[in-house]
Design a protein around this ligand. Sequence first.
Ligand code: SF4
Ligand code: SF4
Length: 202
Amino acid sequence: MLLPKRPRRKKSRDKAKEAITVTGEKKKKIIKTIRIDVDKCNGCRACEVICSAFHAAEKYSSNNPARARIRVIREPLTDIYVPVYAGDYAPAECAGRDKYTIDGKEYDECAFCRASCPSRDVFKEPDSGLPLKCDMCEDDPPQEKPLCVQWCLNEALIYEEREDEGEEEGKLEDMEIGLESMVDKYGLQKVIDAIARMSKKG
Ligand code: SF4
Ligand code: SF4
């Protein structure tokens, strides 16, 4: 399936190129954030569609919101639409949970949690169960803005960058996050044995 890019806003490729600022030999850390204006979200789920399409095995070959790294808490009857981004993988459920009531609307205990964890199915690959995490649409060449931001016609998602004093740290790749979760689930030796068997099969 081909999903054309929405030519909605003026391009600023220079901004994407500025993502890493080099000072001397050291790379400064750039903190990328997406500010969420909940009042503007109408629950259209375009962000889920484009995120899953962008991360399909062959880019834009399919889309399935269950694979998206952003999920919209969507309850039209109570007028609730809140986008939540996938954060870090959590190997264990947390012991305590919070219940939120905002403007008289009640949200589920885990509603705003960004973790992929054993207690629920969100932010997991539906087939493999491997954790999903928002990677800010890393691409080569870089996207001018994350795809969900570009596709949110209501401007409920606002992309922002700021420089941090620290140096840039190495990030875990999707594959490493997946491996970490497999090791947590099955143990290191079983994962090593499985990889050894697979490599023998060629
Ligand atoms: S694309 Fe924007 S308006 Fe639509 S569900 Fe996502 S955040 Fe909300
Ligand atoms: S920034 Fe990219 S990876 Fe993250 S939720 Fe949006 S579309 Fe998905």
